[in-house]
Design a protein around this ligand. Structure first.
Ligand code: HEM
Length: 526
């Protein structure tokens, strides 16, 4: 039974509420160890004490290497059966989208950089990860509240995260380390422009958007493939905090966002999000001056309109934080038939990383835990054993001795193959960056759409943190901002005492290819 409230007075003993240990032995004295006399020494054969203290010693598992602080709740996704005004079947055969139907789900919202007990109003992206328990098995959509990311190749992920995490010597988050890395990585300028704008500190988890960020695919019955991006829009609207407001909130409560979400659900004020997709034909799109597989870019909504696919409602809280929040495991590899990966170089790296870390963080049988088990479909697998193995599902009519495939003795069989005909890919094995990088164009577009107060806030936030950095890092950041937009670079520079004339002779970074527009801006700096 739920034990959320504790009463002030001790209730009379009830036999169905006797405290026990994990062996089912009732406990008559939970106050004192067994000792020789009232002043000790203690005895070692006291199983009750040993079990209690040794379990306590093991209460923690490693926190997530990123997104350590987060909060889970449950709800449902109600599909419209349509993708915009067309039947969903035109683009995907995934069953959850096919008709008006409801799919149960779990969501975990999180911050990225802080540890498990850190502030929930930090300037940091927010995780927005959804586990759909579909009739075809689980689908995890592991996204963020900002539509883009810092980098576009998974091999750089440990570096960007190391720069953002505390210094390995001082254990303090150091702006100079962060901007040292960012200043050498021009593709981060778009993400930084979002992160340091007012959107960088969501007011709560209920008031933020969600984005799949990476490019995925949909596959229809005929096997045709389409590139797709996922979006969630909160019906409660988007709301953010300024740095000053956030400082006041975290002075009172580090867990303000979890509390807000939990309370809203407890009182029946269920938060809702509309879910949309953007769709592109599955090819390279040479007409664009950016690459559809580049997660540092958005797909402009005028060219690739948002198409409504359904609504997500969150209506149930967890019963146990550890079991359901610490042990939930989501990853980009967890897709259902009709949904697929693209060749986005972040997505493939992520897909390895999530289940890899979860086998370490939770254990090799993490998928047997209730929060991670599929709910709408059954499991029939030959995987067995390993630490903490519990379930062995036997399909109806299956010979339990046949734990291999193929077999002619009532073993499990392969399902029917379904068509999947993506475009052919040709190329040499290489290590190279994508061609259409255009690192400043969308940061500029974003800056241009900002209202004056948003620009003021961005520049104030950016300049304040950069003021803690060394001069060479500051100069390179001002150089990038000047290439994004004159006002951006000039005003951040003014906060640091760095003018265009101080940086106009700087060369581009090694390997950096400037567009004609970038080159023109660079020339004008002089
Ligand atoms: C969590 C790796 C990029 C969103 C994690 C975790 C790892 C990881 C190891 C911890 C998972 C766990 O312990 O259960 C990576 C790598 C990336 C990458 C290698 C790039 C190559 C991204 C991007 C997004 C994102 C681009 C946003 C779309 C998340 C979220 C979580 C997470 C939301 C928390 C999941 C949860 O709540 O359990 N990531 N990540 N990550 N990542 Fe990433």
């Amino acid at each position: 039974m739920s034990a959320r409230k504790t009463e002030g007075t001790r209730p009379a003993p009830r036999s169905d509420r006797f405290l026990t240990n994990r062996q089912g032995h009732v406990i008559a004295d939970n106050q004192s160890q067994r000792t020789v006399g009232s002043r000790g020494p203690a005895t070692l054969e006291n199983y009750q004490f040993l079990e209690k203290i040794s379990h306590f010693d093991r209460e923690r598992i490693p926190e997530r290497v990123v997104h350590a602080r987060g909060f889970v709740c449950y709800g449902e996704f109600e599909a419209t059966g349509m993708i915009g005004n067309e039947p969903a079947s035109k683009y995907t055969r995934a069953k959850l989208f096919q008709e008006k139907k409801t799919t149960p789900l779990a969501v975990r919202f999180s911050t990225v950089i802080g540890g498990r007990d850190s502030s929930e109003v930090a300037r940091d992206p927010r995780g927005f990860a959804v586990k759909f328990y579909t009739e075809d098995g689980n689908w995890d959509l592991v996204g963020n509240n900002l539509a883009i990311f810092f980098i576009r190749d998974a091999i750089k992920f440990p570096d960007v995260i190391h720069s953002l995490k505390p210094d390995p010597v001082t254990f303090r988050q150091e702006p100079n380390r962060i901007f040292d890395f960012m200043s050498q990585t021009p593709e981060t300028m778009h993400m930084l422009t979002h992160l340091f704008s007012p959107r960088g500190i969501p007011a709560s988890y209920r008031h933020m958007e969600g984005f799949g960020v990476n490019t995925y695919k949909m596959v229809n019955v005929a096997g045709e493939t389409f590139l797709v991006k996922y979006h969630f829009h909160p019906r409660d609207g988007v709301a953010s905090l300024t740095a000053d407001e956030a400082a006041k909130v975290q002075g009172q409560d580090l867990g303000s966002a979890s509390k807000d979400l939990f309370t809203a659900i407890e009182v029946g004020n269920y938060p809702q999000w509309d879910m949309f997709v953007q769709i592109m034909d599955d090819h390279e799109h040479p007409e664009l001056d950016w690459d559809p597989l580049d997660d540092t870019k958005i797909w402009p909504e005028n060219d690739f309109p948002l198409r409504h696919v359904g609504t997500m409602t969150l209506n149930r809280n967890v019963e146990d934080f550890f079991n359901e929040n610490e042990q939930i495991a989501m990853g980009t590899g967890v897709l259902v038939d009709g949904l697929d990966f693209s060749d986005d170089k972040m997505l493939v790296g992520r897909t390895f990383s999530y289940s890899d870390t979860q086998r370490y963080r939770v254990g090799p049988n993490y998928l047997q835990l209730p929060v991670n088990q599929p709910k709408g479909s059954s499991v029939a697998t030959h995987q067995s054993g390993g630490q903490m193995s519990h379930y062995r599902e036997i399909a109806s009519g299956q010979n339990p001795s046949v734990n291999y495939e193929p077999s002619i003795h009532d073993g499990l069989q392969e399902a029917e193959r379904r068509p999947n005909d993506p475009p052919e890919i040709k190329g040499r094995l290489t290590r190279s960056v994508i061609e259409r990088r255009n690192d400043y164009v969308q940061a500029r577009a974003r800056f241009c759409t900002m209202e004056q107060w948003e620009r003021d806030d961005l520049i104030q936030n950016m300049g304040t943190l950069l003021a803690e950095c060394e001069r060479d890092v500051q100069e390179r950041m001002v150089w990038h901002f000047l290439l994004v937009h004159d006002e951006y670079g000039r005003r951040v520079g003014e906060m640091l005492g760095i003018g265009p004339s101080d940086v106009h002779e700087m060369d581009p970074l090694p390997g950096q290819v400037l567009t004609d527009e970038d080159q023109r801006r660079l020339t004008n700096l002089g």
